[in-house]
Structure formats: C-alpha cells, structure tokens
Design a protein around this ligand. Structure first.
Ligand code: FAD
Length: 507
C-alpha cells in the first residue's frame, strides 16, 4: 500500500527531489494533523508512514541516549554509513567519550590532567563528526510505540521523536545492602566527577585515612591509587577472599600482596552503614565501628536500565536490557548496547551481564551498523579482564570452576607456578596460572593468572584458545615464541598444557 502511494506520487520520474520532499512532508503533516490527539492507533499509522517517508528521503533521525563508549561508537558508525541522517546524542552529564578505566590512574596522580581521559571533545563531536550532540539532556521517558523520548534539558522538559533509538545508558554503582548516601567524603569511583572529588580531597590534605569497600577490579585499582598517594588505606570486604570472579589461588596471592604493601585488610567483615559528617566518615561493620576521612564504595555495578524497563522494553539477566545478537530489544527499531545491555557468554551460549569497555565499544558499533539497516551480529564475551596491584598483574578469562559447574560442565581445576622469563635472566618472577577444563575431553573453559604486570597479558592466548574451543592438548602443542628476556623455553602457557595433559589422563 505504502509502495503504491509512493509510486503514484513520486514516480512521475522527473519530479525534482526537493519538490518530492516538500510533497512528502506535506502529506506527513496532513496525516499528523489528521490523527494528532486522537487515538493511539492513529498515532501509530502516522508514525509508520512518517518513518517510511523519512527513510525514503534520507531524513532518518536516530536518537542515542548516553555519550560514552557504546553511545559514541554507535553514533560515529551511523554517521560514517549515513552522513545525511540526523544523529542526535543525548547526554545527561558534561563529559563525552571519557575513559572511566583511567579514573584510578588519575586519582593516583599518574595521569595529571582529567582532560587526558577524554577521547572526543564535544566540539569535535559537533563539528568534525557532525553529531547533533546535546549535553545536560537527560532522557526521562521513552515511548517505544509513538517513538518519542522525554528529555529534561536546562530549559525544561521537551519531547523528541525518533525513527531509531539506541539506549547506551551504561551502569550505576551497585545498590548494595550498605546504608549510605554519596557525599563529599563518601564516593563511588564511577564518573569523572568522582575522580575529581577524590583527588581534590587528597590534594587539599582532607583525606589521610581512607576505606575502600569491595573486592573486585575497581576496589583493587583504587586501593593501589590511594596507597600510592601515601594514604593510610583500609580494605573492607564481606568475603574472606576477593570477589567470586577470582579463583582462591589468585585471590590469596593478591591479598598477600596487599598486606605486603601495607593495606589494612578487614576481610569477612560486611559493612552495614556509612555515615558522612562534616570532616569525617563513620563506617559501621557487623563487628566494629571505624572513623575515616574518606570512604570509597566500589562494590560493583548494575545496569542502568530503569528507563527501558519503565517503557516496557524487556529486561533480562541481572536487570540488563534484553537484546538479541543484533543488539535489538523487543522493539525492532530500538537497540541497546554497552553496560546497560545483556550479552551472550561465548562458552555457554547463555545470556550474561558484564560491564566491560571492549564489549561496550563493539556492541555500540554493531548497534550503529544495524540501525542503518545492517546485519551485524555481536558474538558475545568471555569476560576477559586484566588489572594490576603495584607490580602484580592479575588476569582472567572464561569461566571459574564454580561457574563451569553451575552450567553443567564436569570440570576440573589445576594450577601451575612457572618462571615468567628464563631462570637466569634478570627480572624473572613467578607466574601463577589456574586453568579450568572439561574433565573428559579437556576442553579449556577458563584461565586466571597472577604474576608480573608484563607477564599476565598471556591471558589473551587462553582467551583465543577458548574461543577456538581448543583443548588442553592443543594448548601444549602451541608454537609460542621464546627468548630468555620474554619466557623460559617452555612458555608458562605451553607448560600449563603439559601439566594439564597429565591431569586429564593424556600421555
Ligand atoms: C573506575 C573504573 C575502571 C574501569 N576499568 C576498566 C578496565 O580496566 N577495563 C574494562 O574493560 N572496563 C573498565 N571499566 C568499565 C568501562 O568503563 C565500562 O564498561 C564502559 O565505560 C561502558 O561504557 P557505556 O557506554 O556502556 O556506559 P558508560 O560509560 O556508563 O556511559 C553511559 C553514559 O550514559 C549517560 N546517561 C545515563 N543515563 C542517561 C539518561 N537517562 N539520559 C542521558 N544520558 C544518560 C551517562 O551520563 C554516561 O555518560 C571501568 C569502569 C570504571 C568506573
């Protein structure tokens, strides 16, 4: 039907393009006026017709909510594919394209200027990339049927319509059972403003004794940053080990290193309440009360998906926005990407929630391409991650033993300690490797490492092997490079394959 109308009105072949445009805009306005304010069904007819016409005329408008890793990757991709489209990026804050991952290194003083964490400035986004970027614009509601978003702007509430929508709202600090309210001295390490506030407390000598609550990557990185700033630094964690993402063997090494560097460890102590006062913070655990100058709550993140949920967009694991491999939500023209969206675990094929930068960037690209009519799939993730504490590198990929067993694998775990370099070469140190493999066929399911910072990037070999569904025998067979400054003759990865063969009964 629409094709017929289109043919009738446009095909008198020589109709000048601008005249055709005006005709269609006129028709669109006619329908709009005819149906506006009447039934919702009328609105829907108008929306379909309008978006068809706009697509034909390259007047497509894409709205992207959130201007960091996922949102800006999507926006740039769309502009590259469809330079004429209106790509409106709505960002509630004042920063775009910033490296949250750099926050601990800014707090530590290793990165001196906060601007260095920014990849694209608002000016470049507007003028070089041609994006219709709006800062301080917070989307407060989505109507996925009549294709509008409500936006709180510095000048009041407005409504914007869209043909396609990409939700890239990221994550929020995890709402723990700890009773606290973020304030001058109680902070999360989540946004650049947090980084600025933490550093300004340190530089103005208002923070000497500080607490970090949590046992994951961000807690580890913040502990290093504060200790390196010379602060009296305490770690609180409700478990006896680091977070469940780490196998005990790795956790023990990291905690020993923390103790060695003078971090006061309060393990097995759940913090129940943190109260901020003018010049101090009161921290209550199940067992004791402590006074600090500053507390940083780094207990993980959760998807910022309320906006989607409230509008009837389907929600999946851990409250993340449910998407298919094309990054589409349950509405074909609405996509979600990054820390707000769920993904697929490459090993199990099951939906999973993970908040990591590479995933966010790649998903943004996939959502952007598909919003332009592409057919790209995002394959999923292994949860590969890496960090450091002082001179100790820590890395993981794939499943932990507990995760493997929960997913129904009959799995074994074994570990080795190997030399990072030839034993006689200066700077050699121990690398601990923990592998998780399927018991019968020896298929590799997970790997974790702790060792020198330049040694644990070997985790990428395991990530590649898991993706290729390699087994332990094949790990041993890998032809990895050797020279004394880099590894022993048997690289720790190859050695782990040799030990693993024995564990699973190969010769
Ligand atoms: C301290 C720290 C260290 C990290 N280190 C690493 C690391 O080493 N490696 C790694 O892989 N990952 C790391 N990460 C995680 C990584 O930064 C995130 O995975 C990545 O930033 C996710 O990008 P995103 O675009 O999905 O979400 P975000 O970066 O959270 O961006 C979402 C954006 O949406 C905006 N927004 C939210 N709601 C609205 C709304 N309603 N209207 C308008 N705008 C809105 C927000 O203001 C924000 O700018 C770290 C994170 C932190 C905080």
């Amino acid at each position: 039907m629409l094709n017929l109308i289109f043919t009738l009105l446009i095909s008198p072949a020589n109709t000048p393009h601008s005249a055709a445009k005006s005709t269609w805009i006129y028709i669109a306005l006619y329908f709009y006026n005819a149906y506006k304010g009447k039934t919702r069904a009328g609105d829907e007819i108008f929306i379909s017709l309008n978006s068809y016409i706009r697509r034909e005329l390259s007047l497509v408008k894409v709205i992207i909510i959130g201007a960091n890793a996922a949102g800006m990757s999507a926006a740039s991709q769309i502009k590259r594919q469809e330079p004429e489209w209106d790509v409106m990026v709505l960002e509630k804050g004042s920063y775009i394209s910033y490296a949250g991952c750099g926050i601990p290194y800014f707090v530590q003083g290793l990165v001196t200027d906060l601007d260095k964490l920014i990849t694209v400035t608002p000016d470049d986004a507007l003028h070089k990339r041609g994006l219709n970027l709006k800062l301080h614009h917070e989307v407060t509601a989505i109507d996925p049927v009549i294709n509008t978003v409500s936006v709180e702007t510095p000048d009041g509430l407005i409504t914007e319509n869209f043909d396609r929508l990409i939700i890239a709202t990221g994550a929020n600090p995890h709402q723990t059972s700890i009773e606290y309210k973020a304030s001058k001295r109680i902070l999360n390490a989540h946004r650049l403003d947090d980084a600025k506030n933490i550093r300004s407390l340190i530089e103005s000598k208002q923070a000497d004794k500080c607490a970090v609550i949590g046992g994951g990557y961000i807690a580890i990185e913040m502990l290093e940053a504060l200790k390196k700033q010379g602060l009296n630094t305490h770690m609180f964690h409700r478990r006896n080990d680091l977070s469940r993402n780490f196998e005990k063997e790795i956790s023990d090494i990291v905690l020993a290193e923390m103790d060695n560097e003078g971090i006061e460890l309060h393990l097995n102590q759940a913090v129940t309440r943190i109260t901020g006062h003018n010049s101090e913070v009161e921290l209550q655990t199940e067992k004791e009360k402590f006074i600090f100058d500053m507390a940083i709550v780094a207990t993980g993140v959760e998807p910022n998906s309320c906006l989607a949920q409230d509008s009837g967009i389907e929600i999946g694991v851990k409250g993340a926005i449910r998407v298919n491999r094309f990054m589409q939500t349950n509405y074909d023209h609405i996509y979600a990407a990054g820390d707000c969206a769920e993904t697929t675990n490459i090993i199990t094929g099951e939906p999973q929630y993970l908040a990591l930068a590479l995933k966010a960037n790649k998903e943004g690209i996939v959502a952007g391409l598909n919003a332009c009519g592409g057919n790209e799939e995002f394959p999923g993730v292994l949860g590969s991650a890496i960090t450091k504490f002082f001179d100790l590198g820590i890395a993981r990929t794939g499943l932990t033993l507990a995760e493997a067993e929960n997913c129904g694998f009959e799995a074994i775990k074994f570990s080795i300690t190997a030399n990072s370099r030839a034993h006689y070469y200066p700077g050699r140190s121990d690398v601990k490797i923990v592998l998780i493999a399927e018991k019968k066929e020896g298929r590799l399911l997970g790997a974790q490492m702790a060792g020198p910072v330049d040694g644990v990037k070997r985790i990428d070999v395991y990530a590649t092997a898991i993706t290729a569904e390699m087994n332990i025998d094949q790990i041993f067979e890998l032809d990895l490079a050797y020279a004394p400054p880099f590894s022993p003759v048997y690289d720790p990865v190859v050695l782990s394959g040799r030990v693993g063969r024995k564990k699973i009964g190969s010769p």
